[in-house]
Design a protein around this ligand. Structure first.
Ligand code: S3P
Length: 434
């Protein structure tokens, strides 16, 4: 990690067509499922960010064959029995939690570690239910050791809306005796369920009064498949919001995943008055995909319903930047989870906006951004605490604020969006070493 900085400054309109990097959630899952499937899985469009590369290395250490072809297509040859290993998930909560789920059902001992941020993040939400299934854990924060083995299926109601927790339980359930059931009061991203089906696993999903029930029988085999990873809506959000707030802009992001459990930000931006349209809607690898066109817009503040949070959980920092330009207040609630992401994203978003002349009311589980109805002053030095999304969100702010905005620890952007600076530059954005 460098101690460098990046600065974004206003430099006229943003224009052009780009392709967002591959979806992070789908990329992790394709490597993990491919690694335990019979035969070979080929993956096109894999996100080659540091988080996903850490999962690729982890699956290799656990015994799968994971290779990148010169054409950028990855092949994974699975193994029926994973082997004991020490793995390092870097900055990735998704990698760590999903891998705990997959190793729990194998009679192996695995040590899992991560970077300073990941070591602070809560793991009991996963070790609790996996422990009930029969896995043993030493420690409740990373680094920790998992002793997997014979598991029994459980029925588990998620206490927090988390696709990572749901996925860890379902992955463990693949090798548990009996029917594993996860009940989610609020539906969360369903890429694990969709992808398990693509690997030949039967997964039942039903909606009931108490929430969504996801069930799978243990003992099912996975068969290697072909996956095309669509563009990540959480990454597409940055150039799209940049276009919405920068006068004269029109930007198209091609091939963006439009799974309805991921599109809460786009819905919210349209409610704010954004000129944001989907064209060329299609389906890729069982997921809805489209091209998104954003044009500079006058935005107005809105109240974002708390139950929309799971479908835009990683997008609140960039929404807050759009809200700073909007006329009137934007209220965001139901966000307690944002405090335990790669950083405390409520606090860092509030501090960053305040450093740039925007007033934010912070609550334990939410925030209100007092929109200015014009460009904020900018001029701040934003401390990102190594959080990629905090860095990118504030750089986008700097592209349309009066004075430049500087962020620290920009190398962390490569965890989810390698090539962010050059992609933004191709649209006309001025983001340079500070
Ligand atoms: C993810 C789920 C979300 C999200 C993360 C990716 C996933 O986390 O914030 O970036 O791939 O399942 P939670 O499930 O903890 O909300």
């Amino acid at each position: 990690m460098s101690t460098g900085r990046l600065t974004a400054r206003a430099s006229g309109s943003l224009n052009g067509r780009v392709r967002a990097p591959g979806d992070k959630s789908i990329s992790h899952r394709s490597l993990i499922l491919g690694g335990v499937a019979r035969g070979t899985t080929t993956i096109s469009g894999l996100l080659e960010g540091a988080d996903v590369l850490a999962t690729a290395a982890a699956m290799r250490a656990l015994g799968a064959t994971v290779q990148r072809g010169d054409d950028g297509v990855w092949t994974v040859t699975g193994v029926p029995h994973l082997t004991s290993a020490a793995i390092d998930c870097g900055n990735s909560g998704t990698g760590a939690r999903l891998l705990m789920g997959i190793v729990a059902g194998h009679d192996i001992r695995v040590t899992i570690d991560g970077d300073a941020s990941l070591r602070t993040r809560p793991m009991a939400r996963v070790t609790g239910p996996l422990g009930e299934m029969g896995a043993r854990f030493e420690g409740d924060r990373l680094p920790m050791t998992v002793q997997g083995g014979s598991l029994r299926a459980i029925g588990y109601r998620l206490p927090v809306a988390s696709a990572q927790v749901k996925s860890a339980i379902l992955l463990a359930g693949l090798r548990a005796a009996g029917l594993t059931e996860v009940i989610e009061p609020e539906p969360t991203r369903d890429h694990t369920e969709r992808m398990l089906r693509a690997f030949g696993v039967e997964v039942a999903v039903t909606d009931a009064a108490d929430g969504r029930h996801v069930r799978l029988m243990g003992g099912q085999d996975l068969t290697g498949t072909t996956i095309t990873v669509p563009g990540d809506p959480s990454s597409a959000a940055f150039p799209l919001v940049a276009a919405l707030i920068t006068p004269g802009s029109e930007v198209t992001v091609e091939g963006v995943l439009l799974n309805p459990l991921r599109t809460g930000l786009f819905e919210t931006l349209v409610e704010m008055g954004a000129d944001l349209k989907v064209i060329n809607a299609r389906e890729i690898s069982g997921e809805p995909v489209g091209d998104l066109v954003a044009r500079h817009s006058r935005l107005r503040g809105v109240s974002v319903p708390a139950d929309r949070a799971p479908s835009m959980i990683d997008e609140y920092p960039i929404l807050a930047m759009a809200a700073a330009f909007a006329e009137g207040d934007t209220h965001m609630d139901g966000l307690a989870e944002l405090r335990v992401k790669e950083s405390d994203r409520i606090a860092l978003t509030a501090r960053g906006l305040e450093a740039c002349g925007v007033t934010v009311d912070e609550r334990p589980d939410g925030m209100t951004v007092h929109g200015l109805g014009r460009a904020p002053a900018g001029g701040g030095l934003v401390h990102t605490h190594g959080d990629h999304r905090i860095a990118m969100a504030h750089l986008v702010l700097g592209l349309a604020s009066t004075a430049p905005v500087t962020v620290d620890e920009p190398d962390m952007i490569a965890t989810s969006f390698p090539g962010f600076v050059s992609l933004m530059a191709s649209l006309g954005a001025a983001v340079t070493d500070a």
